[in-house]
Ligand binder design. Structure first.
Ligand SMILES: [Zn+2]
Ligand SMILES: [Zn+2]
Length: 338
């Protein structure tokens, strides 16, 4: 088969790779229906966190089970399944506590920008849909594999509750789906922070009641203006820079919470400032597996349509253009069809 391989900064190639095989008895092989490029794929693509050897790319996936190992009992060939970027057994204490992305046996899933993918710990990792989905649901089901689950976790970690005020820092796919999650959880005022017209529009469609274009101190001041001068009850940090993290913390009211899901790059927090904010911080790599059953149900029943974040669809062999378009912010998120 052929799949996406990153060779170096801005050098993604679509090349011949060996078909994945069952290695352990707990593995499954799935035939990818659709896959996509993640915002986090752009870090190594831009040469930040670069690996030294050519790396098969892609960790967001859904598709039909082709083959399972001899120890797999709940997942069967022919099922349409979705899994997270971390394979997890879903049985250890961390999984039972709802933190499958800290599973004691977690394994990163990689190489999903290809027609076939090996998923370790298939019973714990994969969740089957109620049946074979109609084509129009597939992009939204794919979004559950990471971005939607991550936006949902940001809202969950920020303790979004009905009627509460929410601010979302970041207008990438995760931030936009953070808005959708807050809306679904019943938030009152939802403030999206964005300077891009097309993203502002989607944020409003997803439930944002206000858009703030200012950043830094001005951005904080705007959010306080919109929240009776005290800051938002819940703030979702969906970027991962020093600026975005401080934006989030300073936009939160005393006693409020920040849910942070942007992978930090060079973020440092000063203990003294943090101490006097009275803000709760919770975040990390999203335990997407925890939310999959509920989110599949919401998509299946037409309650949410997170697939709207895909504004560019390409055949998988044009994966390099998919990265370029996201890198240059011409696309929010690229869907790839094998
Ligand atoms: Zn991702
Ligand atoms: Zn576990």
């Amino acid at each position: 088969m052929r799949g996406a391989i990153l060779y170096g900064p801005r050098d993604v190639r679509f090349e011949e790779r060996a078909d994945p095989k069952i290695i352990r008895s707990t593995d499954a092989i799935i035939r990818i229906s659709v896959t996509c490029v993640c915002g986090s794929d752009l870090w190594p693509y831009r040469g930040i966190q670069m690996t030294t050897e050519p790396t098969p790319m892609g960790h967001e996936y859904c598709g039909v089970v082709e083959e399972v190992g001899s120890a797999v009992t709940s997942i069967k060939p022919g099922q349409f399944v979705i899994g997270s970027f971390f394979a997890s057994d879903n049985t250890c204490p961390n999984c039972q506590a709802g933190y499958q992305s800290s599973c004691q046996h977690k394994e990163l899933v990689g190489g999903g920008q290809a027609p076939l993918l090996r998923v370790p710990l298939a019973d714990g990792t994969l969740v089957a849909t109620p049946g074979v989905p109609p084509d129009d649901l597939i992009p939204s089901l794919l979004a559950l594999s990471d971005v939607m689950g991550t936006g949902w976790f940001a809202a969950d970690a920020a303790n979004v509750k009905p009627g509460k005020s929410v601010a979302v820092v970041g207008d990438g796919a995760v931030g936009l789906l953070g808005v959708l999650s807050a809306k679904q959880m019943g938030a009152g005022r939802i403030i999206g922070m964005s300077r891009h017209e097309s993203r502002q529009k989607l944020a409003r469609e997803f439930g944002a009641t206000d858009i703030v274009t200012e950043r830094g101190d001005e951005g904080v001041a705007r959010i306080k203006e919109l929240t009776d001068g005290i800051g938002a009850d819940a703030v979702l940090e969906c970027v991962g820079t020093q600026e975005s993290m401080m934006q989030a913390i300073r936009s939160t009211r005393p006693g409020g919470s920040v849910g942070y899901v942007g992978v930090p790059h060079g973020v440092e927090l000063k203990g003294e400032e943090l101490f006097f904010t009275h803000v709760r911080l919770h975040g990390g790599p999203a335990p997407v597996r925890r939310f999959l059953p509920e989110l599949i149900d919401l998509v299946w029943n037409g309650k949410i349509n997170p697939g709207r974040v895909f504004d560019l669809t390409l055949p998988l062999d044009q994966v390099a253009e998919g990265y370029r378009a996201m890198d240059e912010r011409r696309a929010i998120k690229t869907l790839l069809r094998p």
